[in-house]
Each structure stands twice: as C-alpha cells, then as structure tokens.
Design a protein around this ligand. Structure first.
Ligand SMILES: CC(C)(COP(=O)(O)OP(=O)(O)OC[C@H]1O[C@@H](n2cnc3c(N)ncnc32)[C@H](O)[C@@H]1OP(=O)(O)O)[C@@H](O)C(=O)NCCC(=O)NCCS
Length: 135
C-alpha cells in the first residue's frame, strides 16, 4: 500500500487521452479507485523510478494482459520500452505463456514498442492487439 500516494499522483498527472489509453476510461482516477485497483490480486504493478520520482508504471494481469503509462515529460526516453521489457521478464518468472496488449491504431509509441520487442500485431479498424508467446 506504500505505492498508493505515488500511483495516485502519477495517475492524477495524466490527461484524458492518457487515461483512456491506460485504463479505457474517461474519468479521473480517485485515490479510492487506486486503492481498489491495488487491492485486487489479479495483477502486479511495476514502478519505473528516475531521480527518486515515479515516472511510469506497468501492470501485468494473471491472464497475460498488460498495460502501462509513462509521465508525459519523461516520454521518448526509453522508459516505456524498459517497462515492457521488465513486464516480459516478470511474466516469464510467473510462467505466463502469452502476453497481450490492446491499444488504439493511432498509438504509435505503443505500436513501436510492440514491434521492437517482437510482439505479433493484429490491426483492426478500431484497435490493435499485440501478442507475444513466451518460451
Ligand atoms: C505508450 C507509452 C507508454 C510509451 O512510453 P515512452 O516512454 O515514450 O516509450 P519509449 O521512449 O520507449 O518509446 C517507444 C518508441 O516509440 C517511439 N515514439 C515515442 N513517441 C512517439 C510518437 N509520438 N510518435 C511516433 N513514435 C513515437 C519512440 O521513438 C520509440 O521507438 P524507437 O525505440 O524505435 O525509437 C507512452 O506514450 C504513454 O504512457 N502513453 C499513454 C498510455 C498508453 O498509451 N499506454 C499503453 C497502453 S497498452
């Protein structure tokens, strides 16, 4: 629970587009909601830290689905790539067989990360699905 203030602050810094990309919701995430999310045992959340500041997070669910977000001012510096690399390692350690992410077709950075890290990408009109089988 010590991550609660950090995550509440990080999620509070996001704009509506980021919130939708990360959570598929269009409203602010209250501290109560973050508390509820943290209490759910269906996922693990990894925090990315730089200079004592939480600059991003990635959450991996037991079914292999994951999502992440990086603070705006820390984007395009490789943090998102690092988070997904760490999620892949975490998934392997948990013996998860396949990773999957869902995003929108205009989410170029997420698509670039998926492509770079060897995900198979399926492009539909309104979503992109990335999958990666883990050995
Ligand atoms: C997606 C996200 C996590 C990427 O984080 P990031 O720290 O900027 O990612 P990286 O710095 O590792 O960049 C990843 C790649 O995207 C490219 N990229 C970044 N921003 C880009 C942009 N606006 N347009 C095109 N490419 C872009 C980078 O050049 C990099 O590619 P490269 O390694 O081939 O050079 C971040 O944009 C974010 O938090 N978005 C909102 C939430 C979200 O979409 N989450 C994903 C849900 S599945």
């Amino acid at each position: 629970m010590s991550d609660l203030p950090h995550l509440t602050e990080l999620y509070g810094s996001l704009n509506d587009d980021d919130l939708y990309m990360r959570f598929f919701i269009y409203h602010r995430v209250s501290e109560e909601e973050v508390k509820r999310i943290l209490a759910q045992e269906d996922h693990v959340t990894l925090l990315a830290e730089r200079d004592d500041k939480i600059v991003g997070e990635g959450s991996l669910f037991t079914n292999g689905e994951f999502s992440l977000v990086v603070r705006r001012e820390h984007r395009r510096m490789g943090v998102g790539t690092k988070i997904v690399e760490s999620l892949i390692e975490e998934a392997k350690a948990r013996r998860i067989k396949m990773l999957i992410f869902y995003t929108l077709p205009n989410n170029y950075p997420m698509i670039a990360i998926g492509r770079k890290l060897g995900f198979t990408l399926k492009f539909d009109e309104d979503e992109v699905i990335g999958t990666k089988v883990l050995l």
